[in-house]
Design a protein around this ligand. Sequence first.
Ligand code: SF4
Length: 371
Amino acid sequence: MAHQNAGLYIHVPFCTAKCCYCDFYSVSDLTLCDPWFDALCREIALYRGQFSTFDTVYIGGGTPTVLKPERLDAMLQIVSRHFTIQSDAEITIEANPQDITVEMAHQLVAAGYTRLSLGIQSFDDTVLAFLTRRHTARDGVKAVYTAREAGFKTISIDLVYAVPGQTRAQWHKTLVQAIALAPEHLSCYQLTVKDKTPLQQRVVSGAVVMPDAEMEELFFMDTVSLLASSGYHHYEVSNFARTAELVSRHNQKYWLHAPYLGLGPAAHSFQDAMRWWNVTSVKAYIERLQNGDSAVAGGEKLTHEQLRAERLMLGFRTRCGIEHSFFDRSQKSHAAIRHLAAAGLVRVRNGRVLPTTRGMLVADSMPHLFL
Ligand code: SF4
């Protein structure tokens, strides 16, 4: 893996309030921003010998844009002081639409961010209210225009479907609005019920009923068909890009087992079959780094079998699938491929086993056939 370029992820663990469905680690106590940033600078320095060059940088969260633009600028400068960021690097920042003011957008472009990932989620105010988002559909449209005018060449929009009460017609309208804004990239996620979220409580209590599997499949197939007919390349279960060059290079590192360094509370890293993760607490993170310790809370060396299982699952989630030579020559593998092909879930083409659109939908359940 040493020859592969590494990616850098920085987790900004702050949100002004929590959305009802979200289980990403974040806190709303913004007085911790200063000591967290100080700790982050210390953590960056700790990895100087272990990583040297990044060709993707991804600032995620949380909500990175709760930080002042000067701080988001300083973050990239400090990273550049300790590591080489390749001149053609993809440098993404996630943002909530209401934070993208004219000033913020210009400062992000000037700081060197090349890609803006906007958490718009929907262009329907009823859906946004259900999701307890703090912005309107209009804010979403405005953010795209503002980012474009400021000079962002690559804009990605995050959207959510299969929201309780949402009709296919409503979702269609959101997609049509998104397409009209011509983003280079779209991520369309199915709403899932995560543990210990307010949404889960409402589902368990019966106050909210999630769409059934049949409905979820219809939402997914509608999404793929409309975006494909609008010129978007469906390259991963939830991800669509205008051209092959506009796929998320950073996310591909996760899918292809390329090395990546994750900094900040709850961030995960991967290098040479080792995976390790940081403490899931801003306060503990600050304390450890202030004391000169590392923030790592645990780690594991993945076995050959674990790497293989992950590679299968991640491979079946992506349009380019898995090289045929990856599969062993056992009867079991041959039978599994034949079975999936007969069910219309994969195709074998040019030495690769490729998932069909329906196959991508059930990608997570396919690896067990090979293990
Ligand atoms: S969905 Fe985004 S904005 Fe909402 S709580 Fe999660 S990280 Fe924060």
